[in-house]
Design a protein around this ligand. Structure first.
Ligand code: DGL
Length: 272
């Protein structure tokens, strides 16, 4: 057994936890959710770069994991280098799955659906420049979907119309601000990259709400494989003799949410 710290701004990292557990059922995971500072997608690069290295350093010192997985696209595309600089253990980040999507697309039109922060990052522009494979890429940011995923995992009903309203502009994207070009990119999209870890938690609802049939892909399984290969090369810490725990920074006590964490293997939920 090995010990991995999985970090996200909220419940989104649970979509990555599901893939880690599927690949490595014996893994000991401590989950950290930064409820106090969510949504990350609405924060500036400076705010995230100021907060994340210190926070992850403190958590890693407290928890003593073998590896840290930043299960958050917004944090990874903004502050991965800064987080790595303060930790002396491997740090694995999430990379939006632009490369496989661009290779798979038959219409040569893909969408990147992330937070407003992620779709603005230079990191994503570079991914598209390097691996876009000549595809048109519709970038679409939504904080509403993050909130809906949080509500879903807190046991609240979520409305398909609300999801539809969040994704509709992506499928009807007909105009590029930068080139002033009229186009029909939105209706040609055949692959959507889920570039926020919250979104795969609503897969069923996203499929139902989409105005056209598309393939949805995310990076969860790839991160799990990467984590397994990094762990293979390490001399490992002794795993705590303690129930696997979700640490919620500044969260509110919520029994349904705690039950949801338990379904993903976090028997204890502690609010910090
Ligand atoms: N789950 C996060 C991501 O992958 C961010 C959600 C948020 O706090 O905006 O980007």
């Amino acid at each position: 057994m090995t010990h991995v710290l999985v970090f996200d701004s909220g419940v989104g990292g649970l979509s990555v936890v599901a893939e880690l557990r599927a690949l490595m059922p014996d893994l000991y995971i401590t989950y950290v959710a930064d409820d106090a500072f969510r949504p990350y997608g609405e924060k500036t690069e400076t705010q995230l770069k100021e907060r994340l290295p210190g926070l992850l350093k403190t958590m890693a010192l407290a928890v003593n994991p073998d590896v840290v997985v930043i299960a958050c696209n917004t944090a990874s595309t903004t502050a991965l280098a800064e987080i790595r600089a303060v930790l002396d253990i491997p740090v694995i980040g999430v990379v939006p799955a632009v490369k496989p999507a661009a290779q798979m697309s038959k219409t040569k039109t893909i969408a990147v659906l992330g937070t407003p922060g992620t779709v603005k990052r230079k990191y994503v522009d570079k991914l598209i420049a390097d691996f876009g494979n000549g595809c048109q890429v519709v970038l679409h940011g939504s904080t509403g979907l993050v909130d809906l995923a949080e509500r879903k995992l807190s046991g609240q009903d979520i409305n398909i119309d609300d999801i539809h309203a969040e994704i509709k502009p992506m499928f009807f994207a007909k105009y590029r601000e930068d080139t002033h070009e009229e186009n029909n990119h939105g209706e040609n999209i055949d692959i959507v990259v889920l570039a926020c870890t919250h979104f795969p938690l609503m897969m069923k609802q996203l499929k139902e709400a989409a105005p056209q049939q598309v393939r949805w892909i995310d990076s969860g399984a790839a991160i799990a494989r990467r984590t397994a290969s990094v762990l293979n090369k390490l001399t490992l810490n002794k795993v705590p003799d303690y129930p696997q725990t979700a640490l919620l920074i500044g969260g509110q006590k919520n029994v349904t949410r705690a039950r949801m964490f338990a379904k993903f293997g976090f028997v204890k939920t502690v609010i910090l």
